[in-house]
Design a binder for this molecule. Structure first.
Ligand SMILES: Cc1ncc(COP(=O)(O)O)c(C=O)c1O
Length: 383
């Protein structure tokens, strides 16, 4: 069992049944040590600890790992601090006005807000596809894309329900009408094998602190060569240029890669942390982690299928979900379920979103963790 061999790297798990990676992932001990060591060095050493070459190599190290994670070339990776920042930086750099941007009403707000804000300047429609009981059908999505669509902005896996979208179909339809597809992959990358070429997307953004089990403050974004070559970044600074350390304030000569979307210094220790976490996950194997996480989701489904008063909102087909299981519990029992889960000897950690319970197992969880959580829910539902 995967989780057994990793126990020593995640000491929290002996005290807590942590089923909340969709909110925040637990960082493995070797990564914490690496980040802490570098943070100490940088804080106490100034330029004795960080010269220009080291500063460059920190970013290039993460860029290389990001490219392997996403299945693209190194020149197509830009590094940001958060998914929200990357989404805005890219949205404001796109060269269109009029038409429409397609997204969904069940999205995480950072996926729709940048387009809503931008639409006030550029006068386009933000078209939010309706969800039925939080599920957005592929047919509804595809039929919302028309010849005026400029962008489809969507999560790979939905934060609330764990619904996994068919990005290949969406990209194919979007490209047929000349639109681009911008994906928020923060709820997928780290366990869903990602190959941006196979998916056919134009932008794929993913952040550090959930399934990539790294500290806050680092994000990698694939921006296809075709796209970055024709875009001018909306936010610029000293790092956006081909030779940042020339500090030439008279002219901007953009970097000839996705790096032109980067603009400033940032928390270098966490950039190293994300690179280290990606290495950690890839050493284990993303496919293997995917199988492990999906097995745990299967156990949730098997155990909760016929429990009175519990409705599973997450789509049951493996092709349509990630490692998130969301439940609607009979309103009269909800408080008691939450109390029981939180007051167990080994308390269960989970999220409440839109009045529902969201569980999100990852590589450090075991089947026993799922069974414990499910048994507590069943106990309350039987009372
Ligand atoms: C789908 C999705 N996108 C974006 C975010 C937030 O990302 P960031 O904090 O890096 O902006 C979250 C956080 O829960 C999320 O679930």
């Amino acid at each position: 069992m995967l989780s057994e061999s990793l126990k020593g790297d995640f000491p929290l798990l002996s005290r807590v049944n942590y089923l909340n990676t969709a909110s925040i992932g637990i960082v493995p001990r070797p990564v914490i040590e690496k980040v802490r060591g570098l943070s100490l060095e940088l804080c106490s050493g100034g330029t004795c600890a960080l010269d220009e070459e080291k500063e460059t190599m920190i970013y290039e190290g993460l860029r290389k790992e990001g490219a392997k994670l996403l299945g693209c070339d190194v020149d197509e990776v830009a590094i940001f601090n958060s998914v929200t920042e990357a989404m805005n930086a890219i949205a404001w750099s796109l060269d269109f006005s009029g038409g429409n941007v397609v997204s969904t009403e069940v999205e995480f707000p950072s996926v729709t807000y940048p387009w809503m804000r931008l639409s006030k300047e550029r006068r386009f429609e933000v078209r939010l596809v309706r969800g039925r009981n939080w599920y957005v059908s592929l047919d509804d999505l595809l039929s919302s894309i028309d010849e005026n669509t400029k962008v489809v902005a969507i999560s790979h896996v939905e934060y609330l329900t764990g619904q996994l979208h068919n990005l290949r179909e969406i990209s194919s339809q979007a490209h047929d009408v000349g639109a681009i597809v911008v994906v928020d992959g923060i709820q997928a990358a780290g366990y869903v094998p990602v190959d941006v070429r196979r998916l056919g997307v134009d932008v794929y953004i993913t952040g550090s602190y959930k399934w990539l089990i790294a500290p806050f403050g680092a994000t990698v974004a694939f921006i296809s060569r075709e796209l970055y070559e024709r875009l001018e970044p909306a936010i610029v600074g000293w790092r956006s240029t081909e030779r940042p350390f020339d500090f030439d304030a008279r002219r901007i000569e953009y970097a000839g890669s996705a790096r032109k979307f980067e603009y400033s210094t940032s928390a270098y220790d966490v950039k190293v942390g994300l690179a280290e976490s990606i290495r950690y996950l890839r050493r284990i194997g993303i496919e293997r982690i995917y199988e492990h996480d999906m097995k745990l989701v299967d156990v949730f489904f098997e155990e909760l299928q016929n429990v009175n008063g519990v409705e599973i909102i997450t789509p049951s087909d493996r092709r349509e979900h990630g490692s998130i299981v969301t439940l609607r519990v009979d309103g009269r029992k909800m408080d008691a379920v939450v109390r029981r889960l939180r007051s167990a000897d080994r308390p269960v950690e989970f999220s409440i979103r839109q009045g529902m319970l969201r569980f999100s197992p990852h590589l450090y969880n075991s089947e026993d963790d799922v069974i414990q959580a499910v048994d507590l829910i069943k106990e309350v539902m039987r009372e």
